[in-house]
Design a protein. Sequence first.
Length: 456
Amino acid sequence: MILRVKLLRLIIFFLYLSLSMFLVCVCGQVAYKAPEPMGEHFIAESFDRGTLDSWVLSSAMKDDTDEEIAKYDGKWAVEEMKDSKLPGDKGLVLKSRAKHHAISAQLLRPFTFDTKPLIVQYEVNFQSGIDCGGAYVKLLSQTPDLDLDQFVDKTPYTIMFGPDKCGEDYKLHFIFRHKNPKTGEYEEKHAKKPDADLRTYYTDKKTHLYTLVVNPDNTFEVLVDQTVVNSGSLLTDMTPPVNPPAEIEDPDDHKPEDWDERPKIQDPSATKPDDWDEDAPAQIPDEDAVKPDGWLDDEPEYIGDPEAVKPDDWDEDMDGEWEAIQIRNPACGTAPGCGTWKRPMIDNPNYKGKWKPPMIDNPNYQGVWKPRKIPNPAFFEDLQPFKMTPFGALGLELWSMTSDIFFDNFFITDDRNTADRWASDGWGLKKAAEGAAELEDDVLRRSPRNRKVRRD
Ligand SMILES: [Ca+2]
């Protein structure tokens, strides 16, 4: 068994080594190849052309904020990762600390929720770690007044998706804005928190792939590195729920004054037994105790110090009668005790304390009062929350206390295979290069030459 495991490790090691050598060779001589979208898509952005031509920087001001920090003046750059393993592979980098950043790009055509799923996919690398900041995207609703130049936090979005972290709170948002069919108002619906431990995605400084899949049957999946970390239904796993309850508690119903909510009461028929002595003390002298031999009844425990002398300036009129300071009686040193002997106290076996009637079930108990239910006047039933507001642009509207957040390979499609293909050509290559570089470092660290150098 151990031999098989060792053999397997050896095979994996050589596979990695050949891949590593292949990549070193490829990266050393030929520029990396940017992914090309194969199939239907609404946006496919690898940033490898090195420009932000198709992106719009917001020139808006943020409402309700002091003027000097209200501007969306956070810098963005298109560049390679600081520690890039694939020369030529560029991405979008959030460059400024503690500033508002907003940038967006129009889709090739608006996405309409119909009979096909929605797949949103992109990569994030927290190159400098992340203290407090977001790396989520917003899919901006296709409204007549959508103006990317004025993209702000309040710009209506259909879906918000992606990582967000502050302190020890690690989030991976999937929020959609649902239109109430009765009032026409929008309300944010949040997916439940993923069960998976998300911590390493924010701290390991590797490039992670975030994918959201929303299906026409109202199911959704959130994946990181193509592994599902959250899934559920828009109908049953969002907070607050898409559909309000059919009935609510009547706000005009009030608890009657004589409503009896006491499950137990004191037995009204019980009487104090005749032999119940409420006055019996809790403790009594131990009648079995015996005075120890040698007890000195006539010797006081403390005596006036025989060596004490009245001070010369003691004035009896002013200071009162002089008395020597009290010390322990030396005569008691060898005896078991001095002075009047008292019996020690013990618990009184006849002690009963105050009598109380026993508790019994309340025959008039009516249960905990609840207001009656009435039909919910705000009730509606939307069985197809998947049919969200169409969206026409992809935006990043972010604030971060840590800079250098690297984004890459934004992709929106209605075909899962196309998304997977894009993922393997983009993120897959990054992952292989990062893995190979790690292995290369490991091999170099372990090489006998290096060990020799270290010894020298
Ligand atoms: Ca790229």
